[in-house]
Design a binder for this molecule. Sequence first.
Ligand code: SF4
Length: 333
Amino acid sequence: MSAPLLEVNDLKKHFQLGGGLFRKRAFVYAVDGVSFTIARGETLALVGESGCGKSTVGRAILRLFDITAGQVVLDGRRIDDLPAGTLRPLRRRVQVVFQDPFSSLNPRMRVRDILAEPIRNFGLANSARDLDARIAALMDKVRLPRDAIDRWPHEFSGGQRQRIGIARALAAEPDLIVCDEAVSALDVSVKAQIVNLLQDIQQELGLALLFISHDLAIVEHMTHRVAVMYLGKIVEVAPKRAIFAAPRHPYTKALLSAVPVPEPGAARERIILKGDVPSPITPPKGCRFHTRCPYAFDRCRSEEPALRPTETGHLAACHLHDLPDAQNPMVAM
Ligand code: SF4
């Protein structure tokens, strides 16, 4: 098996809060020991409720800030410790599509200039003619008319702006695109179009995608594997089909219970989690999910479960998998 394109090892990002001479320093444990890999040409969906730390993971990979601990390795080379002055090659290879297509494009730049900027910055065009050809090809790739390149961002719909955002990411010829809630702000029908577009582009170019989303219904249509985050930790990782057919973590099961089933007449038992997500400033001891888990038992309140393989090959962080199958509600489903 070839080495992964991206390896994230025990990544931590703790944001310091206030503090002072006589006050104890406090931290937001936004990401607290996250590990995963992404292969070339693979989509990994990172899912979880708002505030679980998934966007912080994406921003750490993009080197938008320094991490607290751990490693981020791109193509065999650590990128988390690169000095600020040496980030240029990384910026080309890892691009981002943000959630909000309205604020992510400079309103004072025409589409032509928005797309030309990364091509020029990374020295990818040999000539003015090559630059024009690249811009035209990008418009084709995201299925926008070539004659729209002289228009301004405000002249486009939300879906069209997101296509421009995708074209801008592609302009740098990246290996990996971080899609941070890239379709969340769009109408349902437009969402589906953008997801299809991303899938087509990914297959054509062999790109890797980290698709960050709170929307499992969207993820079901476009990813190869799913990693589920809860309060700064990954609690389950599995191939898409496996996780949708039989989740092995109670939190994943609850999230999936809210996703509509495509077959007419079929339904998943809806699980309503009690309480709110605890604060990432004071995460619960033991399993972080124990305050809301319907299956929590004594061990969960004192011992943190490790993410490890279950009997079906999923990785799951749950003590239930140490119980005999007959006593494990995540097996006897
Ligand atoms: Fe629930 Fe315990 Fe498993 Fe955590 S370890 S998910 S609290 S059963």
